[in-house]
Design a protein around this ligand. Structure first.
Ligand code: TRP
Length: 363
């Protein structure tokens, strides 16, 4: 969940190259799903919301359903890189798990696991740390932002987090990481580490690098704003959580910011708040935002909010129903997690064995 984090910039050449590569992969996914292994995940710091859903969760389900082998990481160790203590971690993990299952991630096809449960994954961090310099780490845009933001001293874990993410991606040899543009620098670190490992230690098997080059799959989804027109974030209370009930959802949308023009249009540059609501209704109804706006015509902010409320609640109703069933059965959630962790551990141990061979540490 990157919602409370700064959005670093990537230089335009890297961005263009990554976009081109991402488009080529997108076209290939349905044709050759067997070529890809996807990894992504979330920090379990609270309940997931519609920003997460339309920004990334829905896309994961799509990729899974295309037949792409998927690894979904609950990044519990990332909870502690910028805060003291873990809060109500187990409740957050259960909530994220319930969200995952409710939206259609299928544990038979997607390996759902917690970072801290996979010792061999974490052990990769040691050799990886030797492959990056401290100035490279300080140049990472997210780390740089954190350093510039002096509200608290930066932890060593925060400084090295691109390396942990490289371990997250490479432990299962994922070659596909669906991310937003802000995460591109981290994918670059992952590629660099994979390349340097190959250069420095060679290969356990000839012609087969121990680690693949991972690519970003850049999402085409527009960024949803919060109901107050600001960046969506839990701490601003401007989000609609996947697991909220219909009445709470209606109340939050009722408070949403609109403007004085009764004529509804889709014009994100000039009418960000109204357009954001139109966009949300359109996403829920699988329609074009301009069609939604045209249909609303002179309905005003009230009419717009009524439509958005209906669209969101209708879209989320079956998801919420499934979520309630899973949330009421923590034993089942833990069973799913235990299964995912067992599988992730098996893969991590096999990767670590190859790393040990390449590094001559297979005593
Ligand atoms: N940092 C990501 C987030 O906050 C979660 C994450 C951890 C991740 N490791 C990853 C995402 C590796 C992609 C790849 O949402």
């Amino acid at each position: 969940m990157t919602d409370e984090h700064p959005q670093p910039q990537t230089d335009s050449a890297t961005l263009a190259r990554s976009q081109e590569r991402s488009d080529a992969i997108e076209a290939d996914l349905a044709v050759h799903p067997e070529r890809y292994r996807m990894l992504t995940g979330d920090r379990p710091t609270g309940n997931l919301h519609i920003g997460h859903y339309f920004g990334s969760l829905a896309n994961r389900v799509r990729l899974q359903n295309l037949g792409i082998e998927s690894f979904i990481l609950v990044a519990d160790y990332q909870v502690i890189y910028d805060r003291d203590g873990v809060g109500d971690l187990k409740a957050s993990v259960d909530s994220v798990l319930a969200d995952y299952l409710a939206i259609g991630l299928d544990p038979a096809r997607s390996t759902i696991f917690t970072h801290s449960s996979i010792p061999a994954l974490n052990q990769l961090i040691l050799p990886f740390l030797a492959l990056v310099t401290d100035s490279e780490l300080r140049r990472n845009p997210t780390v740089k932002d954190e350093l510039a933001n002096l509200t608290r001293p930066m932890s060593g874990l925060m400084l090295t987090f691109p390396v942990h993410q490289a371990a997250d991606i490479l432990f299962c040899r994922a070659n596909l990481v669906p991310v937003g543009k802000d995460q591109l620098p981290h994918i670059e670190v992952t590629r660099t580490i994979a390349r340097r490992f190959d250069e420095r230690y060679g290969r356990a098997v000839p012609d087969a690098p121990v680690f693949p080059q991972a690519d970003a799959l850049l999402s085409a989804t527009p960024l949803l704003l919060g109901m107050d027109g600001h960046k969506m974030s839990k701490s601003r209370g401007n989000t609609i959580e996947i697991g909220m009930d219909a009445d709470t959802t209606a109340r939050i949308i009722k408070r949403a910011v609109t403007d004085a023009d009764r004529h509804i249009t889709f014009d994100p540059a000039n009418r960000p708040e109204v357009s954001n609501l139109v966009q949300l209704a359109a996403l829920c109804q699988g329609r074009e935002p301009t069609d939604v706006a045209a249909e609303l015509g002179d309905a005003g902010g009230g009419g717009l909010k009524a439509l958005v409320t209906e669209a969101v609640n209708e879209y989320l109703a079956p998801i919420r129903e499934r979520r309630a069933t899973f949330a009421a059965d923590p034993a089942e959630l833990r069973r799913v997690l235990a299964e995912g962790n067992a599988r992730a551990n098996e893969i991590a141990e096999s990767t670590l064995a190859d790393v040990r061979t390449a590094m001559q540490m297979d005593y």
